[in-house]
Design a protein around this ligand. Structure first.
Ligand SMILES: Cc1cc2nc3c(=O)[nH]c(=O)nc-3n(C[C@H](O)[C@H](O)[C@H](O)COP(=O)(O)OP(=O)(O)OC[C@H]3O[C@@H](n4cnc5c(N)ncnc54)[C@H](O)[C@@H]3O)c2cc1C
Length: 385
């Protein structure tokens, strides 16, 4: 694949260059040969998680004492970019490592961190976060799932939908109301180990427009009895605050992903138009093709530069939610435009499933919807006006 030679960010230290190389080699040897089969089967085999764990590609930013690699968000960004450049846009590891594990690391008790983080880092446990419900997505304060205290246990009831990693996950952070009378103040994060959870049921792996091999699913909780220490942290009603604190990082995970998808889309298209001919010329020789790709490359370069700047701020603990929301909304909107223009240059082949550009086109659509819709991003940004 053509290298776009985009500028390397200043935070790309020597150990991150090594990590990039290691991730690239591992994915090329262990995952890429199976890409099409997993796509056809519409799910990843379970051992993909343990293989990624063994290769050090899970929980890179979690401290070593809890089984992680002791890195920062930059490590996550480097690994996630490689997943995407290798064609694994549907793999749920960025959510597992960059969202689920950090909740436990930042808000869990020492006992909770020791119990769950090493297993998430090794891939023995697969993480999911269950916020969305059939009746509510954007309006999280309105969740109907409840975790009611009875004696020294909680009883969890409710249903969740659209949950990434829903079929493989065995450690699920569930957003629930411990005080159903309250809105945001009633929200708590409950950690469910599914193996011992009677009354927990996985629903369908949902059929989708894209992200075919992602096991996005419905989950059901019916009188699931949880121990008191299933509450993340020690205090009820902290869930909404915990969710808000992690938003900048979650939004950056999507932005990093969107930029990597654009990079791959443009690189694949350059390769294609250099080979394909029409009217006795290579497609690249038409000025329209050159202008289209010149504009696409410019947009990717700008998107990467802004995203890299945001990553630098995030590593320093200086990234605010407004700026992260700009990155999430703008990179995913730009991705949609860029990949659409790239696909056009493939002609009919761009519409064929065996051409990766068609998968990128389909997979990209949801990125303007999940992790907070782009309309919600604009609401957040508008509050700063
Ligand atoms: C493939 C996939 C994976 C997902 N993974 C997960 C996951 O792992 N965990 C999880 O919890 N959820 C997940 N989701 C759910 C996702 O986060 C929600 O779909 C998203 O937050 C939107 O919620 P909703 O679908 O209920 O839409 P709604 O909230 O019903 O929104 C419908 C429309 O109304 C707009 N809207 C809503 N409120 C406002 C407002 N105040 N102002 C202007 N416009 C507004 C929205 O932007 C949208 O266009 C996933 C979804 C998909 C499709």
């Amino acid at each position: 694949m053509t290298d776009l030679n985009l500028p390397r960010p200043a935070w790309m230290s020597e150990d991150l260059v090594l990590l990039e190389d290691q991730a690239q080699k591992f994915l090329a040897a262990e995952f890429v040969p199976h890409l099409d089969r997993w796509h056809e089967e519409k799910i990843y085999p379970r051992d993909v998680w343990t293989k990624a764990g063994q290769a050090g590609l899970l929980c890179a930013m979690i401290p070593e004492e809890y089984g992680g690699a002791g890195g920062s968000f930059a490590h996550e960004a480097v690994i996630n970019r490689e997943y995407s450049l290798a064609g694994f846009d549907t793999f749920g590891a960025p959510l597992h490592s960059g969202i689920v594990a950090p909740y436990i690391w930042r808000f869990g008790t020492e006992e909770q961190k020791k119990r769950w983080l090493p297993k998430l880092a090794s891939g023995e446990m697969v993480g999911a976060i269950a916020m969305s419900e059939p009746g509510t997505g954007s309006d999280l304060q309105n969740v109907r799932t409840t975790a009611v205290k009875k004696g020294n246990r909680y009883v969890l009831n409710g249903s969740k939908t659209f949950i990434t990693n829903g079929q493989h996950a065995n450690l699920i952070i569930v957003v629930a109301k411990t005080d159903p009378k309250e809105r945001s103040k009633g929200v708590s994060l409950m950690v469910v180990e599914t193996e011992d959870a009677q009354g927990f049921r996985r629903g369908r792996k949902l059929k989708k427009l894209g992200m075919d091999s992602a096991d996005t699913s419905e989950l059901f909780f019916e009188d699931v009895s949880l121990p008191a220490d299933a509450l993340l942290g020690t205090e009820e009603g902290q869930g909404f605050v915990q969710l808000m604190k992690e938003l900048p990082q979650e939004r950056m995970i999507v932005a990093v992903h969107a930029v990597a998808m654009m990079e791959r889309a443009v690189a694949l298209t350059i390769d294609y138009v250099k080979q394909r001919a029409a009217f006795g010329k290579k497609i690249i020789e038409f000025q329209n093709t050159q202008f289209e790709l010149a504009e696409c490359k410019t947009e990717v370069t700008i998107a990467k530069s802004f995203t890299d700047q945001c990553i630098e701020k995030l590593i320093k603990g200086e990234l605010d939610t407004v700026t992260a929301s700009m990155a999430k909304y703008w990179t995913t909107d730009t991705l949609a435009r860029v990949v659409d223009r790239c696909l056009q240059l493939f002609g009919g082949y761009g519409f064929m499933d065996e051409y990766p550009i068609s998968r990128i086109y389909r997979d990209a659509r949801v990125m303007r919807i999940y992790a907070g819709t782009n309309e919600i991003m604009k609401l957040v940004i508008a509050r700063s006006l």
